[in-house]
Ligand binder design. Structure first.
Ligand SMILES: C[S@@+](CC[C@H](N)C(=O)[O-])C[C@H]1O[C@@H](n2cnc3c(N)ncnc32)[C@H](O)[C@@H]1O
Length: 276
């Protein structure tokens, strides 16, 4: 049996997923809502709207994080020649997913998605399909807090004697402790060969409204998102060489040219680090 589609009335007696998945906002679905997707329920839209009422910039944060992902993956697959991607905190498949962007540039690219959410798992099975005959697209159901397990499973598909790009887009804030977040990244990047990359996008504490919105969200029972300082985010890249222009608002990371107006900085920061 397949799970009910979002926006349909839910019959809890079906028990596809535990009831809490429908009565508590869910990070992947709220993010999908902010990005303009339809894979979300009323509880997610309410939580997303509540955040946006206090901090209206949040929709831009979601959309621009995806734009940054597209530019980062094109850069890595194109200019640098990376062919292996480990995208942890995949989220619900939406437009311009990592495998689509990478395989459009380099058809033989291998992409492993990782997420710990059963909702994401059900969607991933049907939607995260290879876009080329030469490429590989697969999924690991695992927790970011268990890097050893992620790496062990990833070795079944990726060749760790070759460079790998580890991608952590909008997920590190789900780790409550900032030092633990750094430790997890260290464990993920330790076995990578020189010439491998770390890509991170994360929310910064840009003032009272953003903080309040995040606190209010945490009170819904959803897994909290902890906003960090720019300096804390810089710590994620220790031991790595930051690729130009460094750790910057995601809108400022090698933006595509615009014909009219300017590209404004936002509170979501992103960067790419290279293992020397
Ligand atoms: C805000 S969404 C970002 C989705 C996607 N990376 C993007 O940028 O569009 C965060 C994702 O991280 C996942 N996640 C949160 N904590 C996690 C953990 N401890 N282990 C694995 N995945 C986690 C959530 O299930 C969700 O899909």
């Amino acid at each position: 049996m397949t799970p009910p589609m979002p926006n349909e009335p839910i019959d809890f007696s079906l028990r596809y997923l535990p009831r809490e998945y429908y009565v508590t906002p869910n990070s992947a679905r709220v993010w999908n809502y902010w990005m303009g997707g339809t894979d979300n329920y009323a509880v997610d839209r309410e939580a997303g709207d509540a955040w946006a009422r206090v901090y209206p910039g949040i929709r831009t944060v979601a959309v621009q994080t995806r734009q940054f992902l597209v530019r980062a993956v094109r850069y890595l697959a194109g200019e640098v020649g990376i062919r292996q991607f480990l995208d942890i905190g995949a989220g619900l498949p939406s437009m311009h997913n990592t495998h689509e962007v990478a395989q459009a540039v380099a058809p033989a690219s291998k992409i492993i998605y990782v997420d710990n959410d059963p909702v994401v798992l059900t969607h991933a099975r049907s939607l995260l399909r290879n876009t080329t005959a030469e490429g590989v697209t697969t999924y690991i159901d695992a927790d970011l807090e268990d890097p050893a397990r992620i790496l062990a499973d990833a070795r079944n598909v990726l060749n760790f004697r070759r460079p790998v790009a580890v991608m952590l887009m909008g997920i590190m804030g789900h780790i409550a402790d900032a030092d633990e977040a750094v430790g997890i990244i260290d464990r993920l990047t330790a076995p990578l060969v020189p010439g491998s990359f770390l890509v991170v996008a994360d929310g910064t504490d840009s003032g009272r409204a953003h903080r309040e919105a995040a606190e209010q969200y945490a009170e819904t029972g959803a897994v909290a998102y902890n906003l960090r300082t720019v300096e804390q985010l810089r710590g994620y890249f220790h031991g790595l060489e930051l690729v130009e222009p460094g750790l910057v608002p995601v809108t400022q990371w090698r933006p595509d040219p615009v014909e009219i107006g300017t590209i404004e900085p936002i509170a979501q920061y992103g960067g790419i680090g290279r293992k020397p």
